[in-house]
Structure formats: structure tokens, C-alpha cells
Design a protein around this ligand. Sequence first.
Ligand code: PMV
Length: 320
Amino acid sequence: MTKTARAFTNIALIKYWGKKDQQLKLPCTNSLSLTLDRFYTDTSSEVIDSDKDIIYLNDELLNETQSKRIVNYLEETRKEYGFSEHLKVNSINHVPTSAGFASSASGFAALAASIDQTMNLNLNKSQLSILARRGSGSASRSIYGGFVEWIAGNNNENSYAVPIDEEPNIDLEVLSVVVNQSAKKISSTVGMKKSVETSPFYSNWVKIVSSEIIEIKQAIKQKDIQKIGEIAEHNAMSMHALTLSAKPSFTYFEPKTIEIIHLIQDLRQKGILAYVTIDAGPNVKILGTHKSIEQVKTYLNNLSDVTTVVANIGHGIQYF
Ligand code: PMV
């Protein structure tokens, strides 16, 4: 019986933005995320008698171009772990593009876990995180639930995620606000590379991240939502300052993104506990308590052309 591996997506509170090794996907800094319960990928795989991998996404067979990234990943994994079998992979994404999340984090975490099962690699969680990282950096963190830190490391073996608190008892919710569902024009890989190579602020970013990681871990321990929100928002804005200060400058923000940032700042003036974080795209994630997120939703309803989804804290990898 083929087992299915399920991995949930995560939102970075301290962002991963820049690689020191493109091939190995070694990041320049640590990063820290929260795994979310609403969005996940289910992946199953089986060995096939063929010299080609077969990849299905949402039950549809992918053509050569569409499956290239996954096939290359399988090729790399075969070399690294010393097996030669080809696989049929089926991934079902429960990460609606309408929720404004990239599916690469949950996608590669679920694929890594599925390969581990099918090929009997017997990887421990750190090794699984390494395997997921080779597919997509942020996937390294989706091995665990709750708050997770990815330790940058300096080689393939010591760059992996560790759990900070897998089941935090904290009243923290994430409201995803989708302003645009279309694929981003500048991929995170390209955006990171431009930022590292051309932003005069990049060395400051490295310093900001190392102090904010310490501060946010303290705030998580104290269950201080205001502090967590303040640090996460500052970190996200600092990441976007790298794109704005790159040469040539670029931004993932759209007019609606800015409108929502202003709205959240105004709501804070009214005493509503809400903070924003934004990844490599125009969509906004709002951090708050159950009560404050309900309040934010009523204000967002007045904006046209936006959809919202609320997520709570999610689990690590599951098998069934
Ligand atoms: O894992 P990638 O290559 O999709 O990069 C993710 C980059 C951000 O989402 C912007 C930040 C992060 O830490 O998840």
C-alpha cells in the first residue's frame, strides 16, 4: 500500500532572503516560521519499471516542461542517496492559489517525506529537512509544526530546520489577504540574487536577522503577540527594503498591498492588535489574535477585489 505524506505550508516571521550557495540552497541567514493548518500538500510515490519519472499534480499528468523542476530534484536525490529507481509521483495541493501562498514549501516537504518512505531511506527529521531544503529553501521548515527555525549552517549536512515550539498554546491567527492571484514576475530565487548582489543594505539585513531571531524567540516564549507582530512586520519591511534598494530597483508590492499596510497601521491606532508580513508577492498576511483578526476582517470587507482566508497553527509532516 502506498502511503501518503502530508506537509503544511509555513509563513516566515523572520524571512529567508538570500543564498550563499545557489546549488545547495544554503541561506545567508537563519529564518523562523509558523506552520499553518489550512494549506497543505498530500504526496504519494511508487517505484515504476521505467527510465523516466512520471509526475502528476492534482491528478493531472505533467508534461516535460511542467515536471522539469521535480524531475531534476528526483535526479539529484537519486545521485545523493544512491538509488536508481524511477518514481511515479502524485501530489495533491490543498494550497489554493486563491489563498495567496506559494505551494513550494508544503510541496517539497511532502515530496521529500514521500521519497523517504518509498525508498526506505529511514531519514531522521533533520535529514528530511535537508532533503526538503534541496527542493525549496522554505520547505526545510515545513517538516515541523508550530514555530520552526531554519539554521543556516555552512554545508549540506548542517543546514536544516529545528522545532522551537511545535504545539504552542498561543492565541495567534494568520489572515491571508489575496490581492492578486497571478504568478509573480520575479521569482524568489531571482529576487534574492538581485538583493544580495546589488542592495547596499544587504549586510545590514544579515545583522537585523541575527538580532531579530533572538528577540522573536524570546517573544514566542513569553507568548507576547504584540512583540511577535512588531518584530515580524519590521523584518518583512526590511526584506522588501532590499528589493527597493536593489539596482535596478524592483518591488513585489502592488497598490492594494500598500493600501492594506496603511489600513493595518490605522487599525493599530484604534487599538486593534494586527501586524503585516509579506512574502515575495503582493499578497498580505495579517498576524493577530482570534478577536483582532475578526475585527480586521470587518474592515477588509469594505475593500473591493480582495479575498481572505484565516489559518491557525499547523502540524509537522504526517503520514496516512
Ligand atoms: O523557498 P523559496 O525559494 O520559495 O523562498 C521563500 C522566500 C520567502 O517566502 C519570501 C521567505 C521565506 O522565508 O519563506
